[in-house]
Design a protein around this ligand. Sequence first.
Ligand code: AMP
Ligand code: MN
Ligand code: MN
Ligand code: MN
Length: 299
Amino acid sequence: MTSILNADLHCHSVVSDGTLTPEALAARAKTYGVELWALTDHDEIGGQQRAAAAAKAIGLHYLTGVEISVTFIHQTVHIVGLGFDANNTALQQGLINTRGGRGQRAREMSDGLAKVGIHGAYEGALKFAGNLELISRTHFARFLVESGVCRETNEVFRKYLTEGKPGYVEHRWASLKDAVTWIREAGGVAVIAHPARYKFSTNEEFALFTEFKSHGGQGVEVVTGSHSAPEYLVYADMAREFGLAASRGSDFHSPDESHTELGTLPYLSGTLTPVWELLTDRIQLAPVVSAEAAACNAP
Ligand code: AMP
Ligand code: MN
Ligand code: MN
Ligand code: MN
């Protein structure tokens, strides 16, 4: 399969911290010309059936997806899983365990914010959460914007929700080995999400890539909404150096907050192995729509 494919293999719905339903995301992906799509909610695959059904109904090829929170050398790293069997019980249980600490963490975040005079943040954030098992920093950020504490979510993260700030709570997520193993054993491909976002030293980053590979990880995001154009080149080189396939995804969360729209990033370089080449037998193919039928359905 070619690199010249409008694949968008990273985005979020109301099932985690996005603001659109899986159905609305599928429709939006189609509108923006996406040809192969995956919904990758944080630590949760409860939206997979809806996403796959919605994709099929509108003629969009689909891969199952998830973005698992991992703790590696005291930092949170995200591992995207693609093309797994969403009915795999070990993966489902692993994700239940990974989500498990979020409720307590949210209460502690709220306590931290109360100490600087921001009250009711837990209840406020909960109002924005579409999934009570998946309360995230993003929901707190939306509450702080709604209540006028900050003008936009980025500002909330900078002032309140990152390390050393009042609403930040240290948290231990899944291990790298567990996350990669769950994905692999469910028949999927594990991908390091947005590597440029982590604040690792060169040696630590080398350790991340080396250990990821040793556990059976096979891909890395190269073209993502979280990378700058120079970073596409840096991580294209890393993909080649480590023999990893390359992925492409917007990390779209919301029409109001996301800077990168679904399906609008540059294509992957033709010198990389696209991750979908490893997943050809796991793509849920949408029925072929004839040109005539497509014309009938056109608005
Ligand atoms: P959590 O899993 O609860 O730690 O929340 C992580 C989520 O917060 C990420 O997936 C992003 O959606 C969001 N996030 C992290 N940093 C920022 C930032 N600087 N600006 C906006 N959103 C952010
Ligand atoms: Mn998110
Ligand atoms: Mn992420
Ligand atoms: Mn994401």
